[in-house]
Design a protein around this ligand. Structure first.
Ligand code: FAD
Ligand code: DLZ
Ligand code: SF4
Length: 534
């Protein structure tokens, strides 16, 4: 019996559930490069190049094993440009008795797959994605009946379930969370480690040329491409991180430094999200470093929490709450995304730095995403759908299952508190404490009012004033609202006037400016992701 095994571009693991019972003598593995997936948002060029290269390498590895692979390139004659079209063509070519696929990461593809049940003439089996540590249904059971879903509670359950950093049923070191030991500012003159990159081989060079030719108007540059594109490279990236960065990871997890985009971060999210690594093996590698005395507990626990906690949690939350989750707008934010999010051309140096690095590397680390581009979007009241689309476009690791909860919930508080008990709003003081950006900025981070004051400062208080009805009763917001209550009417009026001047001024224009980056009209965002592109 011939089975057609359809592997999506972010499922590139030899033991992914759709391949576990692969019969090399009869089965065919299908991989397809399709225009619809590359353009449902205008992904960063490095993301498309990374994925196409990883897909081509994965196909070559399967073929080397003796597996029959049907690989459809983007420019292959007759390529219909969609998953559904390519599946139909492959059925006609191979006449399989059944189709096996692993559930997709994104809701819009899940909806598309449901349509396949009626559209294709052979039985279709959709299997659970075994690359995650918490199956969707287990998360759904945990989430049932809860309004707010706190990560910390979920994380402790996952520690018990996996035994990671556990000893006789108790957390190693007597504590679940060592966050108070983390998050230091980088000392002056500190030199971060040299990071290992993976220069493009012939396959990657070929896909970079393809991407530059086929998607010239997409965001981002390809010159600095250095992502691991095979499992061997991804394991080598993990090894480098564990040896050279994990022992310091926690300490400088939140620090930001001009010209040092990667610091002590793992740089594994594109590989992890595409299947080149599994969450389990990454967490076990970090745990082993602790037991071998190669990395301290606060760094190892901090790192494992990101993957076993945050990553599994956002994925569970996405599937438990979609599609309604994406539709809420608790703070009624409506302002269009300013053009500088694409061009990086802004006088706010922190934003210019983070956006510039994002364009160059398809990467920004967590605090840049949360406390710079995210914090600004929250304080400026940017439209959640436009901000979410931006985050889905710009990073090599972006897929809706992980982007949406982080942006909609954690950053914009558009879910009204399902994910976080309060918005992560901060003034310029936070950015100044955790980075060296302010020293080179046109604005004065210590000034509170007027044209030269750091916009984060008055936007922060303006945000609290604007959303007082909603946020003031929240006990976790009591401290800032007490400070606000001490401000007299004249000071409040000054804050509101400064914010209006800035938000209604030319700096916030959504229109493409002179010398901007080549991006098509931002006012007509590419097709919104939840619509199936069959
Ligand atoms: P490290 O900082 O070294 O962390 C290790 C790993 O932990 C990451 O590789 C990642 O797998 C996991 N992780 C850490 N934080 C999170 C989190 N909040 N959610 C899920 N996983 C996490 N991550 C994505 O993979 N794709 C996204 O599209 C994405 N969008 C984000 C948007 C916003 C607004 C924010 C605040 C965070 C987002 N993240 C996203 C999470 C996080 O920023 C990235 O996973 C991380 O920066 C990737 O770099 P790294 O591998 O060097 O991570
Ligand atoms: C992101 C992406 C891109 C750019 N291109 C392809 C592709 O050509 N073929 C493919 O199989 N997958 C691609 N992907 C990943 C899919 O978008 C991903 O599988 C779905 O979003 C589900 O997570
Ligand atoms: Fe950003 Fe304000 Fe610092 Fe400038 S002064 S870098 S705008 S936080």
């Amino acid at each position: 019996m011939r089975t057609l095994r359809f592997v999506l571009g972010d499922q590139l693991h030899r033991r992914v559930s759709s391949l576990t019972d692969l019969d090399p003598d009869h089965d065919v593995v299908l991989l397809v490069e399709v225009r619809a997936e590359a353009t449902y948002v205008r992904h960063h060029k490095q993301k498309i190049a990374f994925l196409f290269s990883a897909m081509r390498h994965f196909a070559a590895e399967l073929e080397a094993e003796g597996v029959a692979v049907d690989y459809v390139r983007l420019d292959a004659p007759g390529n219909t440009g969609s998953f559904t079209g390519e599946l139909e063509r492959a059925i006609a070519r191979h006449d399989p008795a059944r189709i096996v696929v692993t559930e997709p990461g994104e809701w819009r593809v899940w909806e598309m797959m449901q349509g396949w049940r009626d559209a294709v003439p052979v039985p279709l089996e959709i299997r659970d994605d075994n690359r995650f540590l918490c199956p969707r249904r287990d998360f759904a059971t945990w989430a049932e009946g809860r309004h707010s879903l706190r990560m910390e509670t979920f994380y402790r359950g996952m520690r018990k379930r996996t035994g990671l950093l556990m000893e006789k049923g108790e957390p190693v070191g007597g504590q679940w969370n060592f966050d108070h030991d983390n998050r230091k500012k980088l000392p002056k003159g500190h030199v971060p480690p040299q990071r290992v990159g993976f220069p493009p081989d012939a396959i990657t060079q070929e896909v970079i040329a393809l991407v530059e030719r086929e998607f010239p108007d997409h965001f981002g540059d390809t010159e600095s491409f250095g992502w691991p594109v095979t499992r061997v490279e991804a394991l080598s990236a993990l090894k480098h991180f564990v040896a050279d960065c994990l022992p310091t990871f926690g300490d400088y997890q939140d620090a930001m430094k001009t010209g040092a985009p990667f610091l002590y971060h793992a740089l594994i999210s594109p590989a992890l999200n595409a299947g080149l690594l599994t969450a389990e093996e990454v967490c076990r590698a970090a745990e082993r470093a602790y037991h071998d005395g190669a990395a301290p507990l606060h760094c190892v626990e901090g790192f494992i929490r990101q993957i076993l906690g945050w990553r599994e949690y956002v994925r569970g939350l996405y599937w438990a709450r979609m599609p309604a989750y994406a539709e809420t707008n608790a703070l009624d934010a409506k302002r269009p995304l300013p053009w500088f999010y694409w061009s990086g051309e802004t006088k706010l140096n922190c934003l210019a730095q983070c956006i510039g690095e994002t364009r160059a590397h398809a990467y920004a680390h967590h605090i840049q995403r949360l406390m710079v581009t995210g914090n600004f979007a929250l304080l400026a009241g940017l439209d959640p759908a436009q901000v979410e689309e931006w985050y889905l476009v710009v990073y090599a690791d972006a897929y809706e299952w992980v982007e949406l909860p982080n942006v909609h919930g954690m950053v914009l508080w558009a879910d009204g508190g399902v994910m976080g008990s309060k918005p992560y709003a901060a003034s310029g003081a936070y950015i100044n404490r955790m980075s060296d950006y302010c020293g080179a900025c046109a604005y004065d981070v210590t000034a509170k009012a007027g044209e030269t004051a750091c916009p984060f400062n008055y936007l922060y208080w303006n945000f609290l004033i604007e959303h007082a009805e909603r946020l003031e009763p929240n006990p976790r917001m009591a401290m800032p609202y007490r400070t606000l209550a001490r401000m007299d009417d004249a000071r409040r009026a000054e804050i509101v006037a400064d914010a209006a001047r800035f938000l209604d001024g030319p700096a916030m224009s959504p229109e493409a400016g002179e010398g901007g980056h080549r991006m098509p009209d931002p006012a007509t965002p590419s097709r919104r992701r939840r619509k199936a592109s069959a």
